[in-house]
Design a protein around this ligand. Structure first.
Ligand code: NBY
Length: 833
């Protein structure tokens, strides 16, 4: 059929003039929503607008796919169990460069633009940093015009919605799809079959070779749902491809359940379960069969999808690793190593050695954690029952791998046991990090310190075996969402002075350094921050009923709630400041609002109690008349991408206070700094590099270093001694133990305080005094508004390194060997072929 692409420029559905946008919007309201203005709901308007924008993205999307198809370009495949995208509409408007125009169009139609943006339910298909990193990375890949696909799971329910009831976290299911998702396009024609369970059989093929056949217990279908991902002001629109599980009609209804209608429906329900819900655990194993099924499901669908693309582009299988660079976002997709081997060996009949070479040259692995308890392991019996063939392949990989180790480290049996893909100490497990290391040609950490600690500790034996595989790729965040979209007034203040080249090249912000000495600029900078704080104060009042003073310092700790992140250390300081203010009302400290946000894994009881601790301390302090509003404590419910976009621009101080050696990188720390917040932090994760970039004099450092933490633990850590010898710390702990913040209930926080007094695994007591002293420095600094503003400006303009564009450039050069493919729009400079 002849293609006719010419009309796209003038058409109501594609033209970018205001008149055509308006017409397209009203058309979509009528033809897609089936409404006319008098009956339309806010959601109808949002959807009509979303479709109006999507219409204008499709030409780039189709052109991008065509360009990639014709060039056969090397493609990056980012495999991640999580993509924490946040709302699409605003971001797409920013990346297309039509935010202002569309706002005008909507307002000229008498509608509230902000309200329509707020109508979008965010796709919260991730837990925290790891999922959000994947989202920033696909934004940067598209902006840098790199051919790339994000592969993941289309969870029907994303991360739960958090509410706070009586100070405790409550979870509600996240029904993000309930009003429809205008950004995705299902592609049932590219569905894949995934096998699960059953057993294996040996057979002899027609050439007399012994082969293995996997006889599965069930088959599920994976349906791809594609979402276009625009680059910032480029023609590139890459694809996020998320898999939804369904029951294959033929399989359950005919073959297995003939005559058993209810059994067949059951089977359908269990198949659909696989992509039903995101596991809400960060840094913690679930050990559940369904989780392993999720991982295998999306990995198998994605690899088969790559093989499908290879076939239609007529590329021989032996060049799989030349066509695709596949990144494993943590170990969640590490089963890909065994699955690609299985596909090559059993389905494409490739020899072991060739298959193994293709596999190793295809994969690279990013580690995101230093917590030993967070390294994924699957009990052997569970693994065998879900993936019997993969277990055989893993045994074979392991036996060949250990042979190699034996030669290199003759007689070192202990090392063999440490390196083995199978943990044999007691109950046997498959170690997914080891599978990822063995099956990849590159292994990276996500900040310099983290990458060093991987080599010295968590992956030491692999480093000694293959030092050449190890890299660092410090994380980054996209300035499109985290500055332009979320902080438009700061962005225009910057662009007014240096133009907008910084949006694609964040290092250009440094041109503003001299402005830190300009009093007028400092005033404008302060006013922007102040206006963002006023807006956030209103938001807090609406959400919590708490009145906060925008003149006060906004001091934020927002991130998942976890002992190693030490939200409770923050609370210990608040209590100590509260005590001092009660004792000495003339204490010269600036008014401060302590704000917290973050979700606790539903089964992580200590984390949930940390939330209760924050809210309980807040309840006492916020209504103490002696304090006269000089300090307030607020827990902002349901921290997610949407609330984050309001928070970072309103922050004066960013709390990055994890025990040194525990936070792999952190990315919130970067978002705060970019938006002009100062950091109080330990030398952990990317804090180290942030301090290097912004200058030690513009960073509040406290606490033990990672080396000191190791040394202290090695020499024997006794938290009780700190309690006994630091009267200040003792007072704080005794107030908690006495029930001062729990209406006299001495039991409410006993578990927390006893845990600290007797174990304190994250060394709060060891860092307490250093933290309190540092906080006093912060308070003094805030009293000098000019100097503070200077530091704030320098933090923002020296944060160029932390653009995810820089991270992605480094991955492309050093690991993926991928190059930009600029997109020619069809029908513009050339006719489609
Ligand atoms: O990844 C985070 C790290 O804690 C943070 O330091 C780093 O900046 C960020 C990006 O590199 N890790 C993280 O967010 N991890 C998870 O969310 C997560 C989710 C699921 C599971 C484990 C960890 N899981 O085992 O299911």
């Amino acid at each position: 059929m002849e293609q006719n692409t010419a009309p796209y420029r003038e058409h109501n559905r594609t033209s970018l003039t205001k008149e055509k946008l308006k017409q397209g919007f009203l058309d979509n309201l009528y033809f897609i929503q089936g409404k006319f203005p008098t009956l339309a709901s806010r959601n109808d308007y949002y959807l009509a607008l979303a479709y109006t924008i999507r219409d204008r993205m499709l030409h780039r999307w189709i052109s991008t796919a065509t360009n990639y198809y014709e060039s056969g370009a090397r493609t990056v495949c980012y495999l991640s169990a999580e993509f924490l995208m946040g709302p699409h509409l605003g971001n797409n408007l920013v990346n297309m460069g039509i935010f202002g125009m569309v706002k005008e169009v909507v307002e000229e139609l008498g509608l509230n633009f902000e309200e329509l943006l707020a109508q979008e339910e965010e796709p919260g298909l991730g837990n925290g940093g790891l999922g959000r990193l994947a989202a920033c990375f696909i934004d940067s890949l598209a902006t840098l015009e790199i051919p790339a696909l994000g592969y993941g799971i289309r969870y029907e329910f994303g991360i739960f919605e958090q509410t706070i009831v009586d100070g405790w976290q409550m979870e509600k299911t996240d029904k993000w799809l309930r009003n429809g998702n205008p950004w995705e396009v299902p592609r049932p024609e590219w569905a894949q079959e995934v096998r699960l369970g059953g057993h294996t059989e040996q057979y002899t093929d027609e050439n007399g070779r012994l082969r293995v056949r996997w006889v599965p217990a069930k088959i599920v279908l994976g349906i791809p749902y594609d979402t276009p991902i625009l680059g910032y002001r480029t023609n590139t629109a890459n694809t996020l491809r998320l898999w939804k599980s369904e029951a294959p009609e033929s399989f359950d209804f005919e073959v297995f359940n003939r005559g058993d209608y209810y059994g067949a429906v059951d089977q359908k329900v269990t198949s659909e379960n696989i992509s039903k819900v995101l596991y809400p655990n960060d840094e913690q194993l679930s050990g559940k069969q369904l989780r392993l099924e999720q991982q295998y499901f999306f990995v198998s669908c994605s690899l088969r999808d790559m093989l499908r693309v290879l076939a239609i582009q007529n590329i021989p299988l032996s060049r799989f690793h030349e066509k695709f660079a596949v990144q494993l976002n943590d170990t969640h997709p590490a089963i890909a190593v065994a699955e690609l081997m299985r596909l090559l060996l059993d389905e494409y009949l490739v020899d072991w050695d060739d298959a193994w070479e293709i596999t190793q040259r295809t994969f690279a692995y990013t580690n995101h954690t230093l917590l030993p308890e967070a390294l994924e392991q699957w009990p052997l019996p569970l693994f065998a029952s879900v993936l019997p063939r993969h277990l055989e392949i893993i045994f074979e990989i392991n036996s060949r791998f250990l042979d190699e180790v034996r030669i290199k480290f003759l007689g070192d049996e202990a090392r063999l046991a440490r390196l083995s893909l199978i943990n044999e100490g007691g109950e046997r497990y498959v170690r997914m990090a080891h599978l990822a290391c063995v099956g990849s040609h590159a292994i990276n950490g996500v900040a310099e310190l983290h990458s060093e600690l991987l080599k010295q500790d968590v992956l030491k034996d692999f480093y000694e075996l293959w030092p050449e595989k190890f890299r660092n790729k410090t994380n980054g965040v996209t300035p499109r969402r985290w500055m332009i979209l979320s902080n438009p007034s700061l962005a225009s203040l910057v662009s007014d002075r240096i133009g907008n080249g910084w949006v694609r090249d964040l290092e250009q912000l440094r041109q503003l350094e001299p402005m830190a000495d300009d009093a007028d600029f400092r005033k404008e900078w302060w006013d922007v921050k102040r206006a963002n704080k006023v807006a956030f104060a209103q938001y807090i009042f609406k959400r919590t009923g708490i009145l906060v003073d925008p003149e006060s310092m906004f001091d934020f700790q927002v991130k998942r709630i976890h002992e190693y992140k030490r939200q409770h250390l923050n609370v210990l300081h608040i209590i100590s400041l509260y005590r001092r203010l009660k004792e000495n009302p003339n204490l010269e400290v600036p008014p401060r609002t302590f704000l917290f946000g973050g979700k606790a894994a539903p089964g992580y009881h200590t984390a949930k109690r940390m939330i209760k601790l924050i809210t309980s301390v807040g309840e006492v302090i916020n209504r103490d008349p002696d304090i006269r509003d000089r300090i307030k404590v607020v827990f902002v419910p349901n921290f997610n991408v949407t609330t984050g976009q309001k928070i970072y621009p309103a922050a004066d101080l960013s709390e990055q206070i994890s025990t040194a050696g525990k936070e792999a990188s952190g990315t919130g720390n970067m978002k705060f700094s970019m938006n002009g917040a100062l950091t109080i932090g330990t030398l952990d994760g990317a804090n180290v590099e942030i301090r290097e970039e912004v200058g030690a004099e513009n960073f509040f450092l406290f606490g033990l270093t990672a080396d000191e933490v190791y040394a202290l633990r090695a020499s024997g850590y006794h938290p009780y001694d700190y309690y006994n010898t630091n009267p200040h710390l003792k007072d704080v702990i005794d107030l908690l133990r006495g029930g001062s913040f729990s209406r006299g209930d001495a039991d409410l926080f006993r578990g927390l305080t006893d845990g600290l007094l007797h174990h304190d695994p994250y060394l709060l007591f060891a860092d307490f005094q250093s933290y309190v002293d540092c906080q006093e420095e912060v308070s003094r600094a805030y009293l000098d508004r000019d100097h503070w503003t200077r530091m704030s400006i320098l933090n923002a303009v020296r944060s160029g390194k932390f653009s995810s564009d820089r991270s992605i450039r480094q991955y492309c050069e050093d690991i993926w060997k991928a190059e930009p493919v600029p997109i020619t729009l069809l029908g513009q400079n050339e006719e489609p072929t």
